[in-house]
Design a protein. Structure first.
Length: 383
């Protein structure tokens, strides 16, 4: 008797001529465990400073309502920094492209978002490598479905070369498994991993995250890292950084959507605080938190139908973000044994007054990639 044909191979043919909007998704993790983690995080201790109950990165984008809210926020013309960032990404990426154009790179996008940047990257990379794979990795299946439409429908990247993976990439075991699966999939071909849109800054322990991601990099692989930057580190500038996020209604909708979606808390935007501080003398940290300033205790129902009491003054951290100094980026990349092989810095020029904020796009190689990169790294970090 002939061996049965694996279902995945049959599926590709079965879907090829069907114009119903099917999409394929590889789920790497038990989603019930994720809900249990979110529930436990919301049961944290009392804190007046946003360091007890919290929604950690990934969970802010998890589910259909937060996904739609994120897409709306990125399209809001009043969210100026996002707009300027998306436009400048295109120019900056093209300057780095020659470094990953040859050699048959595949793309693993860590955190797909709306897929707009991946569309640009894929369009450029595929010209040199038509057989490349595109593997977007995200905690949110809804974000994966929405984000892959951009490159697939918008830029005609072949759907048969796309493998969306739903996975929390901040967990070490997940990154180890992903790395092994990718190596079996692409063999020795190099992979370009991308972490764009200042996603690194959303993690409370950014060094731990970068270290976790670096576990999947082989010597031939590269990491494209995009972060928000600052040339000034003082309280006034930290307040300005916090203020930047305060300006758009669509961002406020996004930042509260995970709490609205997963609990029964009635959220008034008046109770959402944007707090800026200088962190470790080398970055600006912005915490966005909900604070019970109603003068009365509030009871909030969690996804497992238990209740948690929010005393007056208690907070829930909704979002964490940062602006990095060059010193902090140097410290982070050195701690994770990553060497910059190209770096593009830009300052924002949309404001009338001189602005300390900008964006940094870094192409990084793992230490094992070789010595040649070191002299360049010295130049990059000495600016
Ligand atoms: C700030 S957005 C950036 C989107 C896009 N890369 C860009 O440059 O515009 C962060 C993305 O990372 C995903 N994400 C955040 N934390 C994650 C985690 N721990 N595991 C997997 N995906 C995560 C979010 O769902 C979202 O799609």
């Amino acid at each position: 008797m002939a061996d049965p044909v694996p279902v995945i191979r049959k599926l590709e043919h079965a879907l090829a001529d069907d114009d119903f909007a099917w999409s394929m998704l590889l789920v790497g993790e038990d989603q019930a465990d994720k809900l249990a983690t979110l529930t436990a995080d919301l049961r944290g201790p009392f804190s007046a400073t946003g360091d007890g109950k919290r929604i950690t990165s990934g969970f802010s984008y998890w589910g259909i309502a937060p996904t739609i809210a994120w897409a709306n926020a990125t399209n809001d013309p009043f969210y100026l920094v996002m707009k300027v960032g998306t436009e400048s990404f295109l120019r900056h990426w093209r300057k780095l492209l020659p470094k990953v154009q040859n050699g048959g790179f595949h793309l693993v996008s860590l955190g797909i978002g709306t897929g707009v940047k991946d569309r640009t990257i894929l369009g450029d990379m595929r010209r040199n490598n038509p057989d490349m794979y595109y593997i977007p990795v995200d905690m949110s299946s809804e974000m994966l479905r929405m984000g892959t439409l951009e490159p697939v429908r918008g830029a005609r990247f072949p759907v048969s070369q796309v493998l969306p993976v739903q996975l929390d990439f901040s967990i070490e075991d997940n990154m180890d498994e992903l790395g092994q699966m990718l190596a079996r999939l692409v063999g020795d071909d190099p992979i370009l991993f991308t972490l764009t849109g200042n996603t690194l800054a959303n993690f409370e322990n950014d060094e731990e995250l970068l270290d976790t991601l670096t576990r999947a990099l082989r010597p031939q692989d590269r990491l494209l890292l995009e972060v928000a930057s600052t040339t000034r580190l003082d309280q006034e500038t930290a307040d300005a950084a916090a203020d930047e996020y305060h300006q758009t209604r669509a961002f406020a909708e996004f930042v509260t959507s995970a709490l609205r979606y997963n609990t029964d808390l009635k959220i008034s935007n008046e109770l959402v605080r944007f707090v800026g501080e200088v962190e470790d003398d080398d970055a600006l940290l912005v915490k966005i938190l909900w604070r019970n300033d109603t003068g009365e205790e509030i009871r909030m129902e969690l996804p497992d139908h238990t209740e948690v009491v929010l005393p007056v003054g208690d907070t829930i951290r909704l979002y964490t973000t940062r602006k990095y100094s060059t010193a902090r980026l140097k410290r982070l990349t050195e701690a994770c044994k990553l060497t910059p092989i190209e770096a593009i810095q830009s300052q924002f020029r949309y404001a009338r007054r001189a602005n300390p904020f900008g964006l940094e796009l870094l192409l990084l190689a793992p230490e094992a990639a070789g010595e040649a990169t070191h002299t360049l790294a010295d130049d990059i970090w000495s600016v």
